[in-house]
Design a protein around this ligand. Structure first.
Ligand code: GLU
Length: 547
């Protein structure tokens, strides 16, 4: 048997590797254009870290005029879940994470597919054969017991664990030994015949983490498993080569595999792509930073933000500030620009894990919502309520225009009011605008200066000064006149200069009206509130106050 026949004897493939090299020609890209990928395993719901990494991948490609694609890595079939792929695609699309190529709900898009690893079996086998022909890979017949036996001996002797050097028993089998074993029906996997020396270090530059020196890999890692599927390491090298990936952007848990990956690219004669290992989002526990955990931390789940009613875009802006901390400043300086115009830079990405800053998320979300149109706030708040507070959703729907006008108070102006941070707090902020909900058990009178004469203030104002059709200036003038009539200062300045001359200020006076109408001391613009409530509601609410 020559080596080609030998490779064929060990691994069957329909085509050889040259066929696949020709099938997927080099991409025609302009200078600097990046080809990036997001390569999840369909093992569960999309979590915050996945959203973060996929966002960086897609944005880096887009801003460079390149291509991003979605590859599904399902070679570990035990871990794959039903419907996992659909969920990934749908979840990411909700956050505007859309790929140029790859797996879609309608099938594959692009010329470098199939984009699902379990459909690429023949491709991997073709490249495994290439390595066998070149004596860079070999079959291994070791059983679980053999491996455990060696592992225990290594552990007992305090030696480095693994399948390497003298421990790599099947490396020494001759072709004849192998043929005999195979003919006897012995099961085997294929391992890489590593040429690395663990005591040699090589230089590596990560796009995010910078320069480092790492020991060469000397482990004869498995490349083809007994189920005929490749391991992650091997599949990644073959796929990223054939799919023309220029930048492998992935979580930094893979950094430790770089010696294996660099070696695989070398032994396969593939050009090495650039690597960017993204640091995780962390939380602090017992004074120590640890990676946000899918299992332990509710904040890791996307559903956490959905239930809270944080808009998807708000969450993405937050993730972008984690990715590049200068993004926040850029947003401040470019208030009217589309955030898409901001360019992410690997050099500015955090090298270590970034602490999850909930307060920052809230402030970014609040800022984002404050810039939306009232109709947009209505739509989003209604969508949230339809899922999580159906009664409130019905009320919003019944009074759609009225509700939209409520959202429009102090909005759509240069410095809009920043009050809503997430949609689950909307009802708590505007409930008093609806008669159906306005049944206050508590009025915030305790903070009101003119308490002793609440009734007098309200009657005087309502009967003699409130005019339904007043514009804002006249409304305010009338409020002032009423205040002065009862001995309150019409101007804040006057009150501050001589507080003893007055019962209180115009603000104290108007607060009485505000509390009577809303039960609260702090609300958005009172004139706007009164205009929306209208005369009938105003009269009935004022008359309800019996103090
Ligand atoms: N399938 C791997 C994972 O889900 C992807 C790693 C990569 O992006 O290369 O962790």
């Amino acid at each position: 048997m020559n080596r080609e026949e030998y490779a064929d004897f060990l691994v069957k493939s329909e085509h050889d590797y040259k066929y696949y090299e020709n099938k997927y020609p080099k991409r025609n890209l302009s200078e600097g254009a990046m080809v990036t990928r997001y390569a999840p395993s369909p093992t569960g719901l999309v979590h915050l870290g996945a959203l973060y990494t996929s966002f960086i991948s897609v944005k880096m490609a887009k801003q460079s005029g390149g291509v991003s694609f979605l590859r599904i890595e399902d070679t570990d079939q035990k871990r794959s879940i039903d419907d996992g792929v659909r969920k990934i695609i749908e979840d990411l699309a909700k956050f505007d994470i859309n790929f140029d190529e790859g797996v879609t709900l309608e099938g594959d898009k692009g010329n470098y597919g199939p984009y699902t690893q379990s459909e690429r079996g023949d491709i991997y086998k073709a490249f495994v054969k290439k390595l066998i022909i070149e004596d860079k890979a070999y079959p291994c017949f070791c059983s679980e017991d053999d491996l455990k036996h060696d592992h225990d001996r290594q552990a007992a002797n305090k030696e480095r664990l693994g399948y390497y050097g003298i421990w790599a028993r099947c490396r020494r089998l001759s072709m004849d030994d192998v043929i005999e074993k195979v003919n006897n029906g012995e099961k085997y996997i294929i391992r890489l015949k590593s040429r690395g020396n663990f005591n040699h270090h090589f230089k590596f530059k990560d796009e995010i983490k910078g320069k480092m020196e790492l020991p060469e890999n000397d482990q004869d890692i498995v490349i083809l498993k007994s189920d005929g599927l490749p391991t992650y390491h091997f599949a990644h090298a073959v796929d990223d080569h054939l799919m023309g990936t220029t930048h492998v952007i992935r979580g930094d848990e893979w950094l430790s595999s770089i010696p294996v990956h660099v070696q695989l690219f070398e032994m396969l004669d593939f050009e090495l792509p650039k690597f960017a290992h993204v640091s995780p989002i962390c939380i602090e526990e017992d004074g120590k930073k640890r990676k946000l955990s899918k299992r332990k931390d509710p904040e890791a789940a996307i559903s956490f933000y959905h239930k809270k009613g944080i808009p998807n875009k708000g969450l993405m802006l937050f993730l972008e500030t984690i990715a590049n901390s200068n993004f926040e400043m850029w947003m401040l300086q470019n208030k009217d620009s589309d955030p898409d115009e901001f360019k992410l830079d690997f050099k500015r990405m955090p090298i270590g894990g970034t602490l999850f800053d909930y307060e920052k998320l809230i402030s970014i979300s609040k800022n984002y919502i404050s810039k939306l149109k009232a109709t947009e706030v209505y739509d989003m708040a209604f969508e949230w309520a339809s899922l999580y507070d159906k009664d409130f959703a019905s009320l919003m729907e019944k009074y759609k225009d009225y509700t939209t006008s409520i959202f429009n108070i102090e909005r759509e102006q240069k410095k809009p009011r920043k009050d809503i941070a997430y949609f689950s707090e909307v009802k708590d902020q505007i409930w008093y605008m609806y008669d159906e909900l306005f049944n206050p058990s508590v009025y915030e009178w305790q903070k009101v200066t003119g308490r002793s004469e609440i009734k007098n203030i309200l009657d005087t104002y309502l009967n003699d000064y409130y005019k339904e059709d007043d514009d804002k200036d006249s409304w305010f003038n009338h409020m002032k006149e009423a205040a002065v009539k009862l001995g309150y200062a019409g101007e804040m300045r006057e009150y501050k200069d001589n507080p003893d001359n007055y019962k209180g200020s115009i603000a104290d006076f108007s607060t009485v009206v505000r509390v009577a109408l809303t039960s609260k001391c702090n609300t958005p613009d009172l004139y706007e509130i009164m205009r929306l409530l209208g005369k009938d509601r105003i009269m009935s609410r004022i008359n309800k106050v019996t103090m």
